[in-house]
Design a protein around this ligand. Structure first.
Ligand code: ZN
Length: 477
């Protein structure tokens, strides 16, 4: 049997060995492979197809919101990185630096972008002169590099793909509004495209972006109860405007610094999808992001008329706008069922001589593992449309139920530890001091994910003083 066919085999147990389950799934479904350099991954066509759908869906929404795409260089002069003190300190351990090129030592070392605030800030400094030039709201789709010693495909790799949006406004109010608007943008995307419930909110000082005044995050609960940060937005105030001289003449003729913000979401979203919806059989892809939404598997495909009927159904469903594949390979139907289930295809249609004769369809749902026969072949488009809609809703509902059930409250450190150990998000009071936040990390290996907007806790879970915030604590990827 060909080497590629071996991937329909064992996947580690999802409940007892989730990390190995994840590795098995991403490799065996051919989403990714490991690159020759530690910390790098190769995104294979099936994985890249998911990314392309995410890109298209997000890009369409950005454009509708008035954001424009541009592209900035990969290489950034090291001197740029040092202009914003907190920024350089935050990113220093992760930056890869080019010191030699063209067979010579470079006069000035060049950073490979870990993020592009500095170079975009530099260019905005050149482009912005008057209040009439504002706002600038640009986004770029690109790769970035943050050095990693280990490789966790889609979760932690040195190089990853993302979008980074950078805006500059004339006022703090506008920049702050955009920071919150983009957080809601991500949330809408997570809910409607990834069928993934999320918690959104402000990050603590400790967890915020290096150089920002405020960072907001979107956190999703994975199958094991750990949190995955799936998108962030940052309000910079005038920090970067001052560092990069983004100045404009206001309506009164006075020179002012602009206010900047940025936001990013990456290929981590694919990791989030896998760990939110996956099950023991492998991937479970929500219909809006599934590269193949429907697979048609012929039954007794050598019998006369079967492949023709399957081909006709393929064309009909494609014309109706679905992403459909006909698996007419020589593998047995059982083998095909396993393969496409592992690859998370939402719907499988089985079509054999008996179905064709009776004008019926047999349909298998990946989310519920239920097979139903008796659907009318002539109404295939309507049936598929309805079922894909139901699958998306069901996946969201299941994930939401899990998240709601696994948010628990704690009033003491012991309760907090017990909560996160059992794979929960723990909601607890916090006095706001760094020492208490550090203590949670040390004691329970949990971090403050986001602040709860509906602050209700009375006392700090660590020191017992008055709580200034209510925090969602969790172990995180
Ligand atoms: Zn405290």
């Amino acid at each position: 049997m060909a080497k590629d066919n071996q991937f329909v085999s064992q996947i580690a147990d999802i409940e007892t060995d989730f990390p190995q389950w994840y590795t098995d799934v991403v490799v065996k479904t051919k989403l990714v492979d490991y690159g020759p350099v530690k910390g790098t991954m190769v995104i294979r066509p099936y994985g890249y197809a998911i990314w392309e759908i995410i890109q298209n869906e997000m890009d369409r929404r950005f454009k509708a919101a008035g954001v424009e795409n541009a592209y900035f260089p990969l290489l950034i002069p090291m001197s740029f990185m040092t202009k914003e003190a907190e920024h350089v300190e935050g990113f220093a351990p992760e930056v890869a630096v080019v010191t030699h090129a063209g067979g010579e030592k470079l006069q000035e070392p060049l950073a490979i972008r870990p993020t592009s605030e500095t170079i975009i800030g530099h260019m905005y400094g050149k482009w912005v002169e008057s209040w009439r030039d504002l706002p600038l709201r640009y986004n770029q789709w690109c790769n970035v590099m943050r050095w990693e010693k280990t490789t966790r495909p889609f979760l932690r790799t040195s190089e990853f793909l993302w979008q980074e949006g950078h805006s500059v406004f004339a006022s703090a109010e506008e920049a702050e509004k955009e920071t919150l608007d983009m957080l809601r943008f991500y949330e809408e995307f997570a809910v409607n495209v990834l069928c993934m419930p999320v918690l959104t909110g402000k990050k603590t000082e400790k967890e915020k972006f290096a150089g920002a005044l405020a960072t907001y995050g979107m956190e999703a609960m994975m199958h094991d109860g750990k949190s995955l940060q799936s998108g962030t937005t940052h309000y910079m105030g005038q920090n970067f405007a001052k560092a990069f001289d983004i100045q404009f003449t206001d309506k009164n003729g006075t020179l002012q610094y602009g206010y900047t913000m940025s936001y990013g979401a990456s290929t981590r979203l694919i990791g989030a999808l896998i760990m939110t919806h996956g099950d023991q059989r492998g991937l479970v892809l929500p219909p809006p992001v599934a590269p193949v939404q429907v697979v048609i598997v012929p039954v007794a495909q050598k019998k006369e008329g079967v492949l023709d009927a399957c081909g006709e159904l393929l064309k009909r469903l494609q014309r109706a706008g679905f992403r459909v594949k006909l698996d007419d390979t020589d593998n047995s139907p059982g083998w095909k069922f396993n393969e496409w289930e592992m690859k998370g295809v939402p719907l499988r249609i089985e079509l054999g001589p008996r179905d064709i004769e009776s004008g019926k369809l047999t349909v298998f749902r990946r989310d519920t593992l239920e097979k139903t026969d008796g659907y009318s072949l002539s109404e295939a488009e309507t049936v598929v449309s309805k079922l894909l809609q139901e699958i998306g809703e069901n996946l969201y509902a299941k994930a939401e139920k899990r998240m709601k059930e696994r948010i628990v409250d704690a009033e003491t450190l012991d309760e907090l530890l017990e909560g996160v150990s059992k794979g929960n998000f723990v909601r607890a009071g916090w006095c706001g001091c760094r020492a208490c936040e550090d203590r949670v990390k040390e004691f329970a290996q949990a971090t403050a994910r986001v602040l709860d907007k509906n602050h209700t806790a009375k006392i700090c879970v660590v020191c017992g003083k008055k709580a200034e915030h209510t925090v969602f604590f969790a172990r995180a990827y």
